[in-house]
Every structure is written in C-alpha cells, then in structure tokens.
Design a protein around this ligand. Structure first.
Ligand SMILES: [Fe+2]
Length: 216
C-alpha cells in the first residue's frame, strides 16, 4: 500500500497503521533515502535520544548552557511500545522558521522495531512539526533511512525546510556511523544513566519483540 509518500509491503499478514499517524499535519515532506553504515536500531535509538542535542546539534537543537536532560517519564502503549508524552527542551533554533531560541515540547512514540515518531511544538505557539523515522535494514549492520515531516508551517519554503532537516541529519550521520558495535546491544554490556531511559525502554522493547536483525 501507499502511505506517507512511500510504498509499503509485508510478507506476513496485513498490518494496520498506528492510530497516532492519522492526525498529522497535512503539509508533508519526505527526505531520503539515505544509506547509513550502522544497524537500523542504532538510527532509531538516536532519533529517540535527546541527550546529544547540546553536543551534536549545538546552536541548532541544543546548547551546552542547556545540556541537562530534564526529568521526564517513559510510559508504554497498550501493545508495549515505549513513549514519552512530554519532554521539554530549550533549543536555539528549533525549526527552519525559528528566529530565536525557545522552549519546545516534544512527544516521542516508538511505532515498530524500526520506526518512530516525534512531534515538536514550540511553546511560543509557532507552528509545530511531526517527524517520522522509517528505517529498513539492508543487512545486520547497515540500513536505508527515510524521514517524513508533517508541518503546520505553511510559510517556510520546501527548500528551506529540506535544508534544515538535511543539516540536522548531516550532523547525526557521522556520529551514528562511528558507533561500535554497529549493532545495537540489547543483551547488556553498556551502562545507562537516567538520561537514557527511553533508549533503555526501546532496547527492552526490541528484546521483548524478538527482534534479531541489527541487534546483539
Ligand atoms: Fe540528532
């Protein structure tokens, strides 16, 4: 079936679209495909991570003067997918249209082992955005990535939106590809802090889901 600007197929039973994807803003952009030399769950985990904003996206999505990860709660959907309903971040340049820094409220939801959704709403009432991260393993240690943007911003040009998003992903990609092991460890061996609670929940979810590709 065709959905979200992509063609989807399954070798198994028919699947239904996550309800949360039905209420997104109508202006939609699709970015990619991008080939990334790291396992797909690494890319999804990075998409769910906020602690790197102040370092990897300094001057854009974060700043070292606001490097702390504020307290937040990870919960789960009825079918066991991790989510954060509310996460507050201070961002120097939260969106392509942002003229100055401000507080932004994020919402994260894991959609499936290789896909996730985030919604960001600037606290000053300016138009919000949702982003989907669609990853498809090419093999156990590399993947192909598409991102969807659903924006309430009707004035910023498509070129400006695209340039902003490609800049952000261009900052993430070398960090992603430098991670070792290339597969995401879900069997222990790494120490987590409180800032990693969504990452830890995502790893537990992968383990509980019986995922074997891209993890170790
Ligand atoms: Fe990032």
């Amino acid at each position: 079936m065709e959905r979200h600007g992509l063609l989807w197929g399954t070798l198994g039973d028919a699947v239904t679209e996550a309800p949360v994807l039905r209420g997104l803003a109508e202006r939609r952009l699709v970015y990619g495909p991008f080939d990334v030399a790291v396992a797909a769950p690494r890319v999804v985990e990075n998409f769910l991570d906020t602690a790197h904003f102040a370092y990897v996206h300094r001057g854009w999505l974060g700043e070292t003067s606001h490097a702390e990860v504020p307290d937040h709660e990870v919960t789960h959907t009825a079918d066991g997918r991790p989510l954060i309903e509310r996460y507050k971040a201070w961002q120097p340049r939260a969106t392509a249209a942002a003229a100055e820094g401000g507080w932004v409220t994020y919402r994260y939801e894991v959609l499936s082992p290789y896909c996730a959704l985030l919604t960001k709403q600037p606290d000053d009432g300016s138009p919000g955005d949702s982003f989907t991260m669609w990853t498809s393993p090419l093999d156990a240690e590399s993947c192909r990535v598409w991102m969807g943007q659903y924006t309430a911003d009707t004035s910023t040009t498509e070129e400006q939106l695209r340039e902003f998003q490609l800049t952000i992903f261009g900052q993430d990609k070398p960090v992603l590809e430098s991670q070792r092991p290339k597969r995401l460890p879900i069997s222990g061996g790494e120490v987590h802090s409180a800032a990693d609670r969504l990452s830890a929940a995502y790893r537990r979810y992968l383990k509980n889901s019986g995922v074997t590709c891209g993890v170790c």
